[in-house]
Design a binder for this molecule. Structure first.
Ligand code: ADP
Ligand code: ZN
Length: 740
């Protein structure tokens, strides 16, 4: 017997091995320890064959070392979904399978520095559960209940000797491996939210929406519904009740959220309502907790899973409902291979399972709304906030007028300062958004005009910190240096800082509002584990008056005390050469304005911009989604961008610019020839990527546009196959969220 094993190594993917007779029967989805060069790695069996697949005649096929499972560890449904994902997103099946596994199993891939020894039961060990000494049986049973293995430290802590472990390992009943410990870089934990009240009466709109969704769910067939509800319309309440209905009908539920630390209310509400029946997959859980959760899910003990992107691959069976909250959110797209979009994979999974998908948003993506208005998706609209709370009133401040009044250095406009002072007086809270981190965004020389760039990347260094803590940092590769006092190019001592980010805004707010308690929420202020939750709960408890931050503060938070939202430079991003610039600006402004007035007092938003007439700003202020969609669709159609056209973004990286250009040019030429006479694709480029140099490598980009994704992918794959030496240096992004 032969098996194809997906190994967690990019570019290697599927490797063929033989299965020695004494290891027993291999099944798809089981884990196997296999030799790889001088190493051994754990992979997942993706196919079982009678003859070695794809191996040259006479070539050596090595045997697998251990079989860890008799039954599939990864269910067949998830293997099939991973195969679809790998193919669709032009990724390797090995790395895609890896994305479906719980974090402990895939820990070894991470660049963490801590390692630990882990014991796993082998298939032989599984067969030998009832043999040996009682102590040995006890240990084998313990490991049998831990499909992801167990740290040997945990094993010995339970009184088993290290000698016993060694003995079982030499008998082939268990394997002992050193694995890296995955230390999670993102701090997060679930903040207690308000408990949903099961007796609460739904509004008329909520009631109607729920009734329609329940009808759809009861059909038990594949269907996608867009739940398009303005901010504060009570979508969570609908998710909860729909989930309860689906569960009562004997089917299970997966709910995806953009990031649990930033959407604690939703996760907490599910916990409150379903208690132990819900597994929440989030990064602040310890390895042990995550392992337990995954195992409970795998064993069918959990009916509802709430998690981020990768939870779309969670091994729940009898799935009847998938909810994707804030479906437009960019964090559903993975920005490393496999570059999948969790929302789209959710739809494919539902299709295979005959399940209902609910996509919820106040600001749907262009693609989703397009599918809703063209009838492909059900479209359910919530136009009003609960309890008839008004939408925030929005004032647009033309910053060009403010510059004329107070000079070009102004950060906070006069109306915003007045409004902040007023809220503090009334003991209400405010949120101030600027979607740009740091203190100053560039350092330049007044004599020669050159600015200080990262030596590895084609971007300006950003100044962080003030006074003695001041440093210049690259936001792409983290290169850090002192802020130079003389120009690196012309040596003149006239260095100046320009542009500003959240750190500067924090300082300005503190200066404008003496006595106010000001805090900042951005990636810099939340590096420490648990910091996001800590800041959010201090804000909820009103220990903070003004919270300054990046788009992190715009996500689905529900802070009843906030009555003012200030947006500094609403146009950040509009100047970027990205086809989604307007869509993102519209979404961000609408979402952040939606944070105001969620309590009893009405809310107000003040939006500062130098483009007060831009449609994405104007229409966001009116919270007019349909008009935005129509206007944006004209632009997208004229420029041939999604949703009417599909897109693939290809980046070629090389040591020199000319090499990257030549190689990308050759691929483009190949593609043209293959498309000759068919006109299935349009090619744009190659051209230097907007980020032309990154971490010391030059980047050249080209875009593939077309209607038939499959054909586009084929032409690209065939053309790349002709140049295997490029494999490691080409990034293929199918359905990119951004082409920057
Ligand atoms: P959305 O996700 O649509 O922005 P939420 O689900 O966060 O809105 O609901 C907004 C607020 O309204 C929450 O505090 C929620 O508890 C409350 N809420 C939801 N439904 C009702 C209702 N029927 N009656 C009263 N309050 C409600
Ligand atoms: Zn850099």
């Amino acid at each position: 017997m032969f098996v194809r094993v997906a190994v967690p190594i990019p570019q290697l993917d599927l490797l063929t091995y033989s299965v020695p007779r004494d290891l027993g029967h291999a099944v798809v989805g089981a884990r196997a320890v296999v030799p790889l060069g001088a190493r051994s790695v754990t992979g997942v069996i993706v196919a079982v064959d009678r003859t070695p697949h794809g191996v040259a005649e006479g070539a050596d096929v090595r045997p697998i070392t251990q079989l860890l499972d008799r039954e599939p560890f990864v269910p067949a449904e998830i293997i099939a979904l991973a195969q679809w994902t790998a193919e669709y997103y032009s990724a390797g099946i090995g790395e895609t399978i890896l994305a479906t596994l719980p974090p402990t199993t895939r820990a070894e891939r991470r660049d963490a520095h801590k390692t630990r020894r882990v014991a796993w039961l082998t298939a032989a060990g599984q067969d030998g559960l009832d043999t040996g000494t009682p102590r040995q049986q006890e240990l084998l049973r313990l490991l049998a209940a831990s499909p992801q293995g167990m740290a040997t430290a945990d094993v010995t802590a339970r009184g088993f000797s290290a000698a016993l472990l060694t003995r079982l390992s030499s008998q082939g009943l268990i394997v002992l491996r050193r694995e890296r410990v995955n230390r999670d870089p993102f701090a997060s934990s679930v903040v207690a939210g308000q408990a949903p009240d099961p007796d609460r009466r739904l509004t008329r709109e909520q009631d109607d929406a729920l009734a329609r969704l329940v009808t759809l769910a009861e059909r038990r067939e594949f269907q996608v519904a867009l739940l398009h509800g303005v901010t504060g319309s009570g979508k969570t309440e609908i998710y909860l009740r729909l989930a309860a209905r689906v569960r009562a009908a004997g089917r299970r539920v997966v709910m995806l959220v953009p990031e649990i630390a930033l959407t604690p209310v939703v996760a907490a509400a599910f916990r409150h309502m379903f208690g132990e029946q819900v597994a929440i997959q989030h990064s602040a859980l310890s390895d042990g907790e995550r392992h337990d959760q995954w195992q409970r899910i795998r064993n069918g003990e959990v009916d509802i899973v709430v998690g981020t992107r990768s939870a779309v691959f969670t091994p729940v069976e009898h799935l009847g409902l998938l909810i994707v909250d804030e479906e437009h959110d960019g964090s559903y797209k993975q920005d490393e291979s496999p570059r999948y979009n969790g929302r789209d994979v959710a739809i494919v999974r539902a299709q295979k399972m005959g399940a209902l998908v609910v996509l919820g948003s106040a600001t749907p993506s262009m693609e989703t709304y397009h599918n809703a208005v063209t009838g492909k998706y059900e479209h359910i609209v919530l136009e009003r906030r609960v309890l008839d709370r008004p939408m925030a009133s929005v004032t647009v401040v033309d910053m060009r007028e403010q510059y004329a009044l107070d000079g070009p250095e102004v950060v906070l406009s006069r109306p915003l300062k007045v409004a902040l002072a007023d809220r503090l007086l009334k003991q209400e809270q405010a949120v101030v958004l600027l979607n740009r981190r740091g203190f100053a965004t560039s350092v330049f020389c007044r004599q020669c005009g050159s600015s200080v760039e990262c030596p590895n990347c084609s971007v300006s260094l950003v100044v962080h910190g003030d006074g003695s803590a001041r440093r210049a940092r690259c936001h792409y590769c983290n290169y850090t240096s002192r802020v130079p006092s003389a120009c690196p190019s012309c040596a003149a001592p006239y260095m100046e800082q320009a542009g500003f980010g959240t750190e500067r805004v924090e300082q300005e707010v503190a200066a404008a509002c003496p006595g106010a308690r000001v805090a900042r929420l951005d990636r810099d202020s939340t590096r420490r584990k648990g910091a996001i939750a800590a800041i959010l709960s201090r804000f909820r408890d009103r220990e903070i008056d003004v919270l300054v931050g990046t788009q992190m503060i715009a996500k689905g938070h529900d802070f009843p005390g906030v009555t003012l939202v200030g947006v500094i430079s609403a146009d950040v991003g509009l100047g970027m050469a990205d086809f989604r610039a307007s869509e993102r600006t519209f979404q961000l402004l609408t979402q952040v304005a939606g944070r105001a007035g969620r309590g009893e007092r009405p809310g107000e938003a003040i939006v500062q911009t130098i483009y007060p007439d831009h449609y994405s700003i104007q229409l966001a202020c009116r919270q007019d989604y349909p008009s935005f969609y129509r206007k944006e669709l004209l632009f997208r159609t004229a420029m041939r961008y999604p949703p009417n056209v599909s897109l693939i973004n290809v980046i070629v990286r090389a040591k020199s610019f000319s090499q990257a250009m030549d190689e990308a040019g050759a691929v483009v030429e190949q593609m043209r020839q293959r498309d000759e006479g068919q006109k299935q694709i349009r090619l744009l480029g190659p051209a230097p990527a907007p980020l032309g140099r990154l971490r010391g490598e030059y980047r050249v980009q080209f875009l593939v546009k077309g209607i038939h994704r499959t054909r586009m992918r084929e032409i690209l794959a065939e053309s790349l196959a002709a140049r295997p030496e490029l494999a490691r240096r080409v990034v293929v992004d199918i359905d990119p969220l951004s082409v920057l």
